[in-house]
Design a protein around this ligand. Sequence first.
Ligand code: ADP
Length: 298
Amino acid sequence: MLQIRNLSFGYSRRDCVLHDVNLSLGGGEIGILLGRNGSGKTTLFKNILGLCTPSGGRVEYDGRDLSRLSGRERAGMVAYVPQDIRFGALSVFDCVLMGRVARFGLRAGRADYEAAERVLSEMGLESYGDRNVEHLSGGERQKVAIARALAQEPEFLVFDEPTGNLDIANERLILEEARKLAREKHIGILCSLHDLNQALDFGDRFFFLKEGTIRYSGGREQFTEAVLREVFDIPVRIIDHEGETIVLTGGTYHEELAIHPAGPHRGPGADPGGLRRPGRANGSGGRRVRAGAAHCGG
Ligand code: ADP
């Protein structure tokens, strides 16, 4: 279990980017970190990964203080999948093997080659081994980034906006791969996402960061209009449509207001007026509402 206790951090003595952050996430669970640009998400990841040293509090994994572990020990526990990884002109196999560097030091051994082969096969990338990673699509490169993190054999994965540069089909693919990892390998995943509907679909627990503090955390019950409005400083509406919870923000929210001038405070059970979930294909009939409008933060 990842446990962050009363963590504070600033890039200089004078500033304090994170204050008194508390967070816990178990193996096999998917936690989503939500917050506006500049709220401290990346800084929190850097503290978890040991790239920044907390000025107060600590990050523990299964009761062990991560800051007291060697780089090699830490790499065996936590791996990082960055937003848009640039590997350089390497083969896919070598990229994945690089995930083992903290384990093998100067020279890869047989176990490392076998681990890289196994992960490639698990991710359905066997036939990509010799391809130049620079020539792959964004979705394929992201899969290689996940494969590289898995080759590290971590117990915990940190994903920084894993779908930021992907099209809708690849977004789905990557999130489904990640969910499989959490469920089948019991790997804990902490992930930042800007798309609130994707977050709802994908997450088990949610952490809302504002101005360096976790204001709210918990399960889906935390997804309320009041919480989202406070965290993102924008008008938000949550509707239930055909059994699905849908968050409307930005353009979709305003368009919905135009369709139903009675506004966002209509009574329960009101007809959602053919609203479609942003970012999803529209079915037959109904009104098409602008896609992709449920992105917040930056
Ligand atoms: P987010 O990932 O939520 O967008 P960040 O963690 O990147 O937020 O940034 C949080 C705050 O820390 C911002 O005010 C940002 O300007 C500041 N910050 C980020 N990186 C540095 C850095 N290397 N040096 C100084 N300030 C930084």
